[in-house]
Design a protein around this ligand. Structure first.
Ligand code: PLP
Length: 337
């Protein structure tokens, strides 16, 4: 019998832990992580730091906390952070950099979220008594609002070089950096080498219920522990969650290629230019996004309106080939394709 349950394409955060992931959580060896005594957390932190070629990592409850601690390690109050105008760090984080860190921001506008190193270079103001000091640049890999755009290694390297000349740091919001690596074959450590701090999410396409990590030097991560505690983000027997993350890293990274294939298939069915679908996000232009979203929902396909005439579809662990075909057919009809 065909599966006719709803197909939820709103976000890759909607995944639920699988049975074997839950089993790994239940079996996790735990301790008090505020004391630094949770072996599962410690092992995950070491493992992820090593994956990205850094000395240390810190488990945090959310990607926002990872970003915000990362940025505060690099930018002092009154200094500035440069980022894309559509970056998560200034769009969805409730002004945290300003509210908690006294950080000002200046933005560039990348087409489709794509990083152009010349935009960044033009904006750098390394110091002096008269202008705000640019202390760090934040890049997003992949770019969420841009539609899962992958920043090229060449562009990232150029940003690294121009900022390094002025002693300016680089933070990577790598919530979906896993997708970038799977889409391009660039190893995690090669990305990691280009950034002073990296935040990564276990709770997006990897399918863990909770958790992110901030990756950096041992010295910075020691300071990050203090900032995490100050934000109330230090947790106790959190190995239960770290075990889900470890399971996800072992079993759900390679399969992101399936999400990318299904996203391209949705694009094909919907007549969306496949060149714009680099990972697991598909942006589809429709006459009225709100009407499109509501009608799709009544037919059991959930999507997110992204502006007045655009909807976002996200493939993930909970969407298989049959779901893709069925949702694609419904959405194509509603979009008049
Ligand atoms: C989801 C996301 C985050 C933050 O994630 P939360 O865990 O929801 O706080 C950060 N950056 C990007 C690009 C994201 O997509």
């Amino acid at each position: 019998m065909p599966d006719t349950g709803p197909v939820d394409l709103r976000s890759d955060t909607l995944t639920r832990p699988t049975a074997p992931m839950r089993a790994a959580m239940a079996a996790a060896d735990v301790g008090d992580d505020v004391y630094g005594e949770d072996p599962t957390v410690n092992a995950l932190q070491d493992h992820v730091a090593e994956m990205f070629g850094h000395e240390a990592a810190l488990f945090v409850p959310s990607g926002i906390m990872g970003n915000q601690i990362g940025v505060r390690l690099l930018v002092r109050p009154g200094q500035e952070l440069l980022c894309d105008a559509d970056a998560h760090v200034i769009t969805y984080e409730q002004g945290a950099a300003a509210a908690h860190g006294g950080i000002t921001t200046r933005t560039w506008s990348g087409e489709g979220g794509r990083l152009d190193p010349r935009d960044v270079e033009r904006m750098l103001r390394p110091g002096g008594w008269h202008t705000v000091v640019t202390a760090a640049v934040a890049v997003e890999q992949t770019h969420n609002r841009g539609g899962g755009t992958v920043q090229s290694l060449a562009a990232l390297r150029q940003v690294r070089e121009s900022t390094a000349r002025h002693g300016i740091a680089v933070h990577c919001d790598g919530a979906r950096i896993w997708n970038a690596s799977i889409a391009t074959g660039v190893p995690f450590a090669e990305y990691g080498a280009l950034f002073d701090t990296v935040s990564v999410c276990l709770s997006k396409g990897l399918g863990a219920p909770v958790g992110s990590l901030l990756i950096s030097s041992a010295e910075r991560i020691a300071e990050a522990r203090t900032l995490r505690a100050r934000l109330g983000g230090a947790m106790r027997q959190v190995g239960i969650l770290a075990a889900a993350g470890r399971y996800a890293l072992e079993h759900h990274v390679q399969r992101l290629a399936d999400d990318h294939r299904r996203a391209r298939r949705l694009a094909e069915i919907l007549g969306v230019d496949p060149a714009g679908v680099e990972t697991n996000l598909v942006m589809v232009d429709v006459p009225d996004a709100r009407v499109f979203t509501e009608k799709a929902a009544t037919e059991g396909v959930y999507v997110t309106p992204f502006g007045p005439t655009r909807a976002r579809l996200v493939t993930h662990l909970g969407v298989d080939d049959a779901d893709t075909e069925r949702a694609g057919a419904i959405l194509a009809r509603l979009a008049g394709r």
